[in-house]
Design a protein around this ligand. Structure first.
Ligand code: HAM
Length: 429
């Protein structure tokens, strides 16, 4: 019989790996709540037009990466990102009428039919946040500072922040026209993909990886020449705030991103380039001041970002959370199993996590299992212990053993587990 395999580019996260995921997710939730963000959960499936309207028809995501299907004539798409769904929920529940500023965060799976490779998957997880109702640039700077602090907390080396401003719709339209005028005579030098983009989405040519495209762009106008005074003041203030916060950044005038909804502030964060490859971005974000209105709401400014969790895990130096349980109960012989189960229940009621090996088996094999689940103590109960009303408590790290009265063993073990140094070596948070 052939083994059925999972979908290409969609990975299992096995229990051995989940400890690092939990640590990164906890650090993210902590950073977000310290900054006043509250969690939002939106559906994985959304109506297809939501993404077409917000991300843009002429983007890679909408043109070729969405998992879309029709169910009873309703066009549906597995969300390729979280911003459009968050903005839809914001409008649908008329949140703007309830509070002036909303700070939302989310962690969850996204789906894009990309060519899978290290750091690029078809189901991947994003940790993201959105602020609705604050036109910035103070909150833009604060968001970037939060990310830099979070990345430091999870041990990502070599963090680099790139910022740019795309201006408003007017500036972008003028810039697009100027870029097309500049590139049209050089069309023959451009890659096939960029030649096509010249007619559909010329700004995307700016972040083409092709050396010939980049050579053709040498001397091209930059968006900065087209920003109006308000855009310029916004971008200058963002840089001033970041400097005041001591958050290092680099202005990247050619930075554009793959989604059409951005206005004004745009940023990317890279890090751990030797592990991830220079091309891979850890975090991408920016303003999308027009989206809420585009979705039928009032004019509400917004900014957000998303970080790819798999990429954060490749980049992070965090180790796994160590032990699975604090204590391990090893019954010797059938008669001891009832006692072991009751002892396990009593330990858990006292807050001590424990596994009872109700399969029984030899002491040696049970102790091997106790070590493999990282237990600090093993509690051995055999016929003799039951008869004498005691339990053998084995300290698995210290290799000591003592006989403790059944009546006091729960408090003795609770005390021992609590007073154990939260092992930095096993990376417990
Ligand atoms: P994005 O740049 O498309 O932005 O994705 C953000 C991050 O998600 C990337 O920097 C990367 O870490 C991760 N990512 C994207 N695609 C993949 C993939 N195929 N495999 C693994 N990781 C991936 C957004 O999604 C916007 N919604 C961000 C945003 C929020 N802008 C405003 N608010």
């Amino acid at each position: 019989m052939t083994i059925l395999r999972g979908v290409k580019g969609m990975n299992d996260i096995l229990p051995d790996e989940i400890g690092r995921w939990h640590r990164v997710e906890k650090a993210f939730a902590r950073a977000a709540s310290l900054h006043g963000f509250r969690e939002v959960r939106t559906p994985y499936l959304e109506p297809t037009p939501l993404f077409v309207r917000t991300i843009g028809e002429a983007t890679d995501v909408v043109e070729k990466e969405m998992y879309s299907f029709s169910h009873h004539d309703e066009p549906l798409t597995l969300r390729p990102e979280g911003t459009a769904g968050a903005a839809r929920a914001f409008v649908e529940h008329a949140i703007h009428g309830k509070e002036q500023v909303s700070r939302w965060y989310y962690v969850g799976p996204m789906f894009r039919a990309e060519r899978p490779q290290r750091g690029r998957y078809r189901q991947f997880y994003q940790a993201g946040a959105e602020i609705f109702g604050d036109a910035g640039p103070g909150c833009d700077a604060e968001m970037i500072e939060m990310l830099v602090t979070f990345l430091a907390a999870i041990g990502v080396p070599g963090v680099e922040v790139l910022v740019n401003s795309l201006g408003g719709a007017d500036a972008r339209a003028k810039y697009k026209a100027a870029l097309v005028t500049y590139l049209e005579p050089k069309k023959g030098e451009l890659s096939a993909e960029s030649q096509r983009r010249l007619g559909t989405n010329p700004l995307r040519i700016l972040d083409s990886k092709s050396p010939t495209d980049q050579a053709a762009l040498d001397g091209a106008p930059t968006i900065h020449e087209f920003l109006d005074d308000a855009d310029r003041a916004h971008f200058a203030a963002l840089q001033r705030h970041l400097t005041a916060l001591g958050t290092p950044f680099v202005v990247a005038p050619k930075l554009v991103r793959g989604l059409d909804y951005y206005t004004r502030t745009l940023f990317e964060i890279k890090g751990a380039k030797e592990k991830l490859g220079a091309g891979d971005t850890l975090v991408g974000g920016g303003r999308y001041d027009g989206m809420v209105e585009e979705l039928g709401g009032p004019s509400v400014p917004a900014i957000g970002f998303a970080a790819g969790l798999e990429r954060l895990l490749i980049a992070s130096e965090l180790t796994s959370e160590g032990a699975v349980v604090d204590a391990f109960v090893a019954p010797l012989g059938d008669a001891a199993i009832d006692h072991a189960l009751v002892l396990g229940r009593d330990l858990r009621a006292a807050g001590v996590s424990c596994e009872v090996d109700a399969r029984g088996g030899s002491l040696k094999s049970q102790l091997r299992r106790a070590n493999s689940v990282g237990a600090r103590v093993a509690l051995v109960v055999g016929d003799r212990e039951v008869a004498e009303g005691v339990v053998q408590v084995k300290d698995l790290a210290g290799h000591t053993q003592e006989s403790v009265a059944r009546a006091t063993v729960v408090s003795v073990v609770t005390e021992r587990v609590r007073s154990a140094v939260p092992a930095a070596s096993d990376g417990r948070s």
